[in-house]
Design a protein around this ligand. Structure first.
Ligand SMILES: C[S@@+](CC[C@H](N)C(=O)[O-])C[C@H]1O[C@@H](n2cnc3c(N)ncnc32)[C@H](O)[C@@H]1O
Length: 454
């Protein structure tokens, strides 16, 4: 991540770290393990990180904060002032407006806010030309910058406009008179990106679920709230190297080691088992260690179009509605590095291919007809990428290909390799003696049996 602080100014970087650490250590109820410290990792493009200054044991607490120290909507003074209006917003929008409010000099969180980035490498901030390098990856459709713009204008701007006096010394203040809405939208994008890459989904005390949390998005089912947890969010993450996690009790949040950590080693929190495409979208970086979580997404639209081609529209709609009702048909399906085709995909294809009335009873089955559909789907999917595997491999051998372009090539190549591997696997499904078998020859068991509940 690029940091907005003048990156060449090492003094300022160290000064901000020192101010933040002193502020946190002096906050009521916070326990900061003296064996950890902030580290300047800008030379490896990782911003700040946290390292062990002395050996840490497994399950050692490196940081404990009372919930009152979390920068959340409920803990902000703005909530007292605009309770009703903030309650109409979803938790992401409400926290965005709170973070903008907390950029004022008198904010109790100022030393923390000063550490948060202003520029990002997340996909939201890639140019059209840079995003074109990711063509074919499903991640491009998930960025949602235009949609966010509309929401900021329609939901946040009326509140800020109505209560301009509350924002008169925040970071948007200088522009309030000139291009007020533009300034608000820019600030909202910044804070939206901060939330995406720094916030935690925290469990409301008293709710009944698991006691630990990464910074993944959880269902907004009323049991969770978004919160910024100072210092806990200074930990980087690196898949297999992760060695810490945030644990929650009704009153505190604790970052604890999950393994022993030697002196000098970096502390890594767990951001979740994210494919590199999503890591890039949400956090603006990738590492080779996340390649194990890569997936390729196959849309249901493509799947049902190919599998249901022979059906008349009415029949096709009936079967798709059935699959939707059964919860088998999702917007898209993932194939991961294990190259396993999900059972639901087999059921969707089988249901749309079945020549008789018993299509409601289809079980997941790797038949030749199903394989034919899958091969076409995967070939079509592969065709969505502009370049081939060899071309991308050549680009990665070229050391002049760097920065966002190199990252994009790595992400799209990872996805293409999964498709190529899955194609080879599916080709293996056609045993020589099944050459003449079609879906009409469904085995008796399948005809009579009920589909297993997934
Ligand atoms: C929760 S913050 C961690 C603290 C952050 N490094 C900082 O300087 O404020 C998440 C951000 O840290 C960076 N980051 C985390 N893990 C990283 C890694 N293994 N390599 C490079 N950057 C990483 C990314 O920019 C990510 O969006």
């Amino acid at each position: 991540m690029e940091m907005d602080l003048d990156l060449d100014d090492d003094d300022q970087f160290a000064e901000l770290n020192a101010a933040f650490t002193a502020w946190l250590a002096g906050s009521s109820g916070v326990v900061l393990n003296p064996k950890i410290g902030l580290q300047d990792l800008r030379s490896s493009s990782a911003g700040r990180g946290v390292i062990a200054l002395a050996p840490l044991a497994q399950d050692e607490t490196v940081l404990a904060l009372p919930r009152a120290s979390v920068l959340s909507v409920a803990n902000s003074e703005l909530f007292e002032k605009l309770r009703e209006e903030l309650s109409t917003l979803d938790s992401w929008l409400a926290l965005i407006i709170v973070l903008i409010y907390e950029t004022r000099p008198s904010s109790p969180w100022k030393p923390y806010i000063d550490l948060l980035p202003r520029t990002f490498d997340t996909l939201m901030y890639w140019s059209t030309a840079e995003l074109a390098e990711l063509q074919g990856s499903a991640v491009v459709a998930k960025i949602g910058r235009a949609e966010a713009d509309v929401v900021f204008r329609e939901k946040l701007w009326p509140i800020v406009k109505k209560h301009q006096e509350l924002f008169s010394d925040t970071e948007i203040a200088p522009d309030l008179a000139i291009d007020a809405i533009g300034s608000l939208v820019d600030a909202a994008h910044r804070m939206g990106s901060v939330i995406m890459s720094y916030s935690f989904e925290l469990e409301l005390p008293g709710s009944d679920s698991a006691s630990d949390s990464g910074s993944e998005d959880e269902e907004e089912d009323g049991r969770f709230y978004k919160g910024m947890v100072p210092m806990a969010d200074m930990l980087n993450a690196d898949a297999g190297r992760n060695n810490c996690r945030l644990f929650q009790t009704p009153t505190t949040l604790e970052m604890r080691t999950t393994v022993a950590i030697p002196a000098g080693a970096e502390l890594f929190n767990d951001y979740g088992a994210l494919p590199r495409s999503d890591l890039l979208r949400r956090y603006g970086y990738i590492t080779e260690n996340y390649a194990r979580h890569d997936v390729v997404e196959v849309s249901s639209g493509l799947l049902t179009t190919v599998a249901g081609r022979a059906l008349d529209p009415e029949d096709r709609t009936k079967r798709i509605d059935f699959l939707l009702d059964e919860g088998v048909l999702d917007d898209a399906f993932d194939i991961g590095t294990d190259l396993r085709v999900p059972d639901d995909v087999l059921v969707v294809i089988g249901t749309l291919l079945h020549p008789r009335e018993q299509w409601r009873e289809v079980k997941p089955r790797k038949s030749e007809a199903v394989a034919r559909v899958l091969l076409e789907v995967l070939e079509t999917r592969l065709g969505a990428y502009e370049s081939g595997v060899e071309e991308d491999e050549a680009l990665l051998r070229d050391q002049t290909v760097q920065g966002r372009r190199r990252i994009a090539v790595e992400v799209r190549l990872g996805e293409k390799k999964i498709i190529v591997g899955a194609l080879a696997k599916v080709r293996e499904w056609t045993p020589p003696d099944s050459a003449k078998r079609t879906e009409t020859d469904a085995p008796d068991g399948e005809r009579a049996g009920k589909r297993a509940k997934r």
